[in-house]
Design a protein around this ligand. Sequence first.
Ligand code: PEP
Ligand code: MN
Length: 264
Amino acid sequence: LASRDFHPDDTVIEIKGVKIGGEHLAIMGGPCAVETPEQIDEIARLVKAAGGQVLRGGAFKPRTGPYSFQGVGVEGLKMMADAGRKHGLLTITEVMTPEYVDICAEYADILQVGTRNMQNFDLLRKLGTIQTPVLLKRGFSATYDEFLNAAEYILAGGNPNVMLCERGIRTFETYTRNTLDLAAIPVLQSLSHLPVISDPSHGTGRRELVEPMAKASVAAGANGLIIEMHTDPDNSMTGDGVQSLFPDQFANLLKQLEQLGNLV
Ligand code: PEP
Ligand code: MN
């Protein structure tokens, strides 16, 4: 079902009037993690002012270590839904277990499956039973075929609203946190009709690389970008402050994309 052979035209997912896929470039921005109502409200205002359409933020965080901050949970879902509604943005948040799919779908417009859960088949199957759009991140060691098979689980269950997200893979290089696989964008678009979103934040792990890799992703044909932005990255509650843009950098990037004719 994910294959272009089955579905020659690009899939365009429409959520509350926002189109993702085809000729549209979707911009998703926000913090790694939802922290407080004030934090997410202010960031939502800045994402909207810069021209973004979707507010990102994790309420449940898949941390590498069990003693790290795990997210604020259901309260975070509510904070994000309020901020999105107030500022006229769609919202996307990560869901980690099948049990939390329904509550996350109640509050968010798009559900994110993180890189560590790309092959959490129980989660994928559960996501196939609803119609809420899913942004599926590529596992950091997954081949294109494995990635598309993971998407297939959701599609096969009856949910056609799947976006693929390239977020960097693990290579021998340690300077960057991950290696953003730019070739994945045109390859996935040739193999599949699903929208392909690029995440240059996790794909590099370094703030100064986000802008060039965001532009490169758009040049490679990405249907959207998901970018971490924080008003106080040095004091953010996850380690992802080092890859988070300052609000003026985020706004400047969107302005440049607009000038290049990429924002419609
Ligand atoms: C995130 O988006 O904050 C995140 C945890 O992403 P990934 O699953 O790509 O590491
Ligand atoms: Mn993050």
